[in-house]
Design a protein around this ligand. Structure first.
Ligand code: HEC
Length: 146
């Protein structure tokens, strides 16, 4: 009787350990993929207030110069904008993951760049006058481009 209980206890223990091991692995691989993004990019304080469907409609003027893929038009394709390295840049230009104005890749700085525009090593981007809600919608849409 005692032996049976001890044996069952061992089985339960093994089952528990296996289950824990499994979920721990999941947890660590999840946090690993999150850690690959710079902290600034994990901050969704602008995009979380936006609607990507409305943002898609607001992309019209941007499409004159940007694709939503990795293909370069006048400016870089905006796929990967929210990755650590940023979008694919043409002709050997490398901003080391920073924005064309040298600022950190955060939602706030991307929003500022979209509003002010500017000149980088690729070319000139004009200013865009967007309300805060429009910016949130656009940002939510830009986050879907991968
Ligand atoms: C008249 C052309 C033009 C229009 C319109 C335009 N852009 Fe740009 N954009 C550029 C160019 C050129 C660059 C590259 C600047 C550089 O690096 O030299 C750029 C760069 C950017 C970047 C920085 C990419 C990076 O390196 O991380 C973002 C983000 C961006 N544009 C978003 C937008 C959005 C959103 C819109 C629409 C609201 C828009 N642009 C409209 C020309 C344009």
């Amino acid at each position: 009787m005692n032996r049976t209980i001890a044996w069952m206890f061992t089985l339960v223990l093994i089952a528990l350990l296996t289950a824990c091991g499994g979920s721990n692995q999941n947890a660590s691989s999840q946090s690993q993929s999150a850690e690959q993004l710079p902290a600034a990019l994990l901050d969704t304080s602008i995009s979380s207030k936006g609607d990507p469907k409305r943002g898609k409609d607001l992309f019209g003027p941007c499409a004159a110069c940007h694709t939503t893929s990795k293909e370069v038009l006048v400016g870089p394709g905006l796929a990967g904008l929210f990755s650590a390295k940023g979008p694919v840049l043409p002709n050997g230009v490398d901003y080391n993951g920073l924005l064309p104005n040298g600022k950190e890749r955060s939602e706030a700085n991307i929003a500022e760049w979209i509003r002010t525009g500017g000149t980088g090593r690729i070319g000139y981007m004009p200013t865009h006058n967007l309300t805060d809600q429009e910016m949130a919608d656009l940002m939510a849409y830009l986050r879907t481009l991968k």
